[in-house]
Design a protein around this ligand. Structure first.
Ligand SMILES: *[C@@H]1O[C@H](CO)[C@@H](O)[C@H](O)[C@H]1NC(C)=O
Ligand SMILES: *[C@@H]1O[C@H](CO)[C@@H](O)[C@H](O)[C@H]1NC(C)=O
Ligand SMILES: *[C@@H]1O[C@H](CO)[C@@H](O)[C@H](O)[C@H]1NC(C)=O
Ligand SMILES: *[C@@H]1O[C@H](CO)[C@@H](O)[C@H](O)[C@H]1NC(C)=O
Ligand SMILES: *[C@@H]1O[C@H](CO)[C@@H](O)[C@H](O)[C@H]1NC(C)=O
Ligand SMILES: *[C@@H]1O[C@H](CO)[C@@H](O)[C@H](O)[C@H]1NC(C)=O
Ligand SMILES: *[C@@H]1O[C@H](CO)[C@@H](O)[C@H](O)[C@H]1NC(C)=O
Ligand SMILES: *[C@@H]1O[C@H](CO)[C@@H](O)[C@H](O)[C@H]1NC(C)=O
Ligand SMILES: *[C@@H]1O[C@H](CO)[C@@H](O)[C@H](O)[C@H]1NC(C)=O
Length: 414
């Protein structure tokens, strides 16, 4: 009863707020731009899971010392299962403190643990925007079932256009909300929390298609892009189960095996989520949209803490009816001290240069916390998947007998 009244009160506040529509509009921030030497670098931190461990530490904090342009928080910022209604989003302040200290801007996508009975995605967005000069997270789709962190950010070339003519972005960063977890303050008649679907909703796919069409018409070309979504699609599982992950050609840890967790996991085709539901296939429209996006170079996910590889999806994988168009599907590295698994913490770095953009190439590697080394450095170029790279050692964290000798496998190092 108490919870019900509180929920009603909160709903009232959020509806009355003039910021509800377009909330998180970051147009006050200077746009993202390639540096003067033509580079753009992103650090991805996924699965921080604040609120789970007593100490709530950041894991690989030293990574952000080398970030130049943008930090992406790719889902499961908070473990909302442990949240109290009255202060559920306070962990956001701790999460962003090291970013604020370094004057960095960030952009989030939310994960399944970011929606729980006492924690809502809307509340996280609102909390992030206590720092309007740093938070680039937005909401651009407003359907009931759309989730929140669906938006895109344009990135502009190093040198502003001459003569004040309108600038054209040279790179787009898409964020998609794969939802999951539980609806905020909702219970059924027997008091159980109500599960939220865990795939990118059709309303978001529709918005993506329409926005792509508008942008292509406006700029008369397909702008190269990268995408971020917390939960990977079934294509990642099909790659893992079908051709398989080769440690030399797709370097990375592959220990969420068999059957990495994908979108629509735990749901049936009819939209129910009973214990017998394994995978409902509701991510097919999203997969079709991704594979029909010219210029989309890579999609970055988290969620599966023990998978850290990239796979070039360029074929019809066994069991699938959506054919890959060459888009790279990448995991990051578990960055937080909360959440399952004790594999070494790290964060995925992504480097694009203006010259690489013309070839639709991206370089990426994983910076490790312990030892500060670099593993899994690869060039996501035309021959990724055939090129041979050093194998990523399967290391653990917080282990007195573990080998933390420094490795440096940057892209191009053989
Ligand atoms: C953000 O605000 C600007 C200026 O008010 C407006 O033109 C733009 O459409 C808004 N964008 C979104 C996504 O709401
Ligand atoms: C120029 O690019 C390199 C990466 O190619 C980077 O390490 C360096 O910091 C960049 N310099 C500036 C001023 O951004
Ligand atoms: C939600 O927050 C309330 C108020 O702090 C707390 O009493 C309750 O235990 C929490 N419930 C859950 C399921 O976390
Ligand atoms: C959040 O609320 C709970 C319950 O009221 C309290 O025990 C806890 O100390 C609070 N945490 C913070 C960081 O304020
Ligand atoms: C959307 O959610 C609100 C509040 O829960 C509800 O009143 C409304 O009927 C829903 N609309 C649709 C189209 O489902
Ligand atoms: C509430 O949900 C739980 C867990 O899904 C289920 O076991 C229970 O039957 C549901 N109760 C009602 C009244 O729907
Ligand atoms: C999902 O991937 C599995 C392989 O792990 C495959 O057997 C299944 O047919 C795929 N389903 C769809 C709808 O793509
Ligand atoms: C530690 O790891 C490095 C790099 O993988 C390896 O060359 C070295 O042999 C390892 N040392 C031990 C003691 O296992
Ligand atoms: C892709 O990058 C790898 C590693 O740097 C290199 O060996 C290979 O020749 C490149 N392929 C193309 C098509 O540029």
């Amino acid at each position: 009863m108490f919870a019900f009244q509180l929920a009603t009160l909160f709903a009232g506040i959020s509806l009355a707020s003039p910021l509800r529509r377009g909330y998180g509009n970051s147009s006050l921030l200077p746009p993202l731009r390639f540096t003067s030497n033509g580079t753009f670098q992103i650090s991805i931190f996924n699965d921080l899971h604040f609120g789970e461990n007593a100490w709530d530490t950041w894991g690989p904090q030293q990574d952000i010392n080398s970030v130049k342009q943008l930090v992406v928080l790719n889902g499961d910022l908070i473990t909302g299962e442990n949240a109290y209604l009255e202060n559920a989003t306070v962990k956001i302040d701790q999460i962003v403190a090291p970013l604020l200290a370094r004057g960095l801007t960030w952009a989030s996508t939310y994960g399944n643990h970011d929606s729980q009975y006492n924690l809502s995605r809307h509340a996280i967005l609102q909390r992030e925007h206590r720092w309007p000069n740093n938070a680039r997270t937005q909401q651009m789709v407003f359907g009931n079932e759309s989730g929140v962190s669906n938006y895109y950010l344009p990135v502009y070339p190093s040198h502003p256009a001459a003569g004040g003519s309108e600038e054209e972005p040279c790179l787009l960063l898409w964020s998609f909300d794969s939802r999951g977890g539980f609806y905020f303050q909702q219970q059924n008649a027997s008091g159980a929390h109500i599960g939220q679907p865990d795939w990118v909703d059709q309303s978001v796919v529709d918005w993506f298609e329409a926005t792509k069409r508008d942008l292509t018409r406006k700029y008369r070309k397909a702008i190269p892009s990268l995408a971020f979504v917390h939960i990977p699609t079934n294509a990642s599982q099909a790659a893992q189960m079908g051709p398989g992950i080769d440690p030399s050609r797709q370097p990375g840890i592959n220990d969420d095996y068999p059957d990495l967790a994908q979108q629509a996991q735990g749901w049936c085709e009819d939209g129910s989520n009973g214990p017998d539901c394994v995978y409902g296939g509701q991510d097919i429209p999203f997969m079709r949209a991704l594979t029909s996006t010219p210029g989309l170079m890579a999609v970055f996910s988290g969620h599966d803490h023990r998978d850290t590889w990239c796979y070039k999806w360029d074929s019809l994988l066994p069991g699938m009816n959506v054919r890959g168009n060459g888009v790279n599907l990448c995991f990051g590295q578990h960055s937080g001290y909360g959440g399952y698994g004790n594999w070494i913490r790290g964060s995925r770095q992504v480097l694009v240069t203006e010259a690489m953009l013309r070839q639709r190439e991206v370089e990426t590697w994983i910076r490790l916390e312990k030892g500060g080394g670099v593993v899994g450095g690869v060039s996501l170029n035309g021959t990724y998947g055939e090129d041979v790279y050093p194998v990523t050692p399967d290391r653990m964290t917080n282990c007195p007998t573990c080998n933390y000798s420094v490795i440096t496998n940057m892209p191009g190092t053989k």
